[in-house]
Design a protein. Structure first.
Length: 154
């Protein structure tokens, strides 16, 4: 089946019922997306499918064929990090870091929909779990990234 991942067409021979997460990690070597719980509860596996955040651990790869998939690998680069990545560092969000790729992808989807989110918008959109409990830093980083994208100082 044909997959459109991070702006490139890729062919997968995976079983159509295989979760997208395992196709990304095991077949395509895109290991930035993490396995957390396997039941769509934690959000560590969040990717974008047609600009919507989805939990890839329960999404059959057949359900996303011919759709635009974005993983954490496409969010920014070392030379030009996404404003969220820069804000994440500035606000010292990561501790263990395991949930961060999913958090960043959920936050990116939020900022794409609501460029200047309120605290309530952030709370509603960020259903990802963080064992380290950095939720206040996540909120601050999202506000910082929104300001950066608007042209404000970091």
């Amino acid at each position: 089946m044909e997959l459109h991942i991070n702006g490139q067409s890729r062919t997968s021979n995976a079983d159509p019922s295989m979760p997208l997460l395992w196709v990304l990690r095991d077949e395509l070597n895109l290991t930035g997306t993490k396995f957390g719980c396997g039941v769509a509860a934690c959000g560590a596996c969040t990717v974008h499918v047609d600009s919507q955040p989805v939990r890839s651990c329960v999404m059959p790869v057949s359900a996303v064929a011919n759709q635009k998939i974005k993983t954490i690998e496409s969010l920014g680069t070392d030379d030009q990090p996404h404003p969220l990545q820069a804000a994440w560092i500035a606000e010292q969000v990561p501790q263990c870091g395991y949930c961060q790729s999913g958090m960043l992808m959920a936050a990116a989807a939020l900022l794409d929909k609501k460029p200047q989110p309120t605290d309530a918008d952030i709370d509603a959109a960020m259903s990802n779990l963080c064992r380290c409990g950095t939720y206040q830093r996540v909120r601050a980083a999202i506000h910082r990234a929104a300001a950066m994208k608007k042209g404000g100082a970091a």
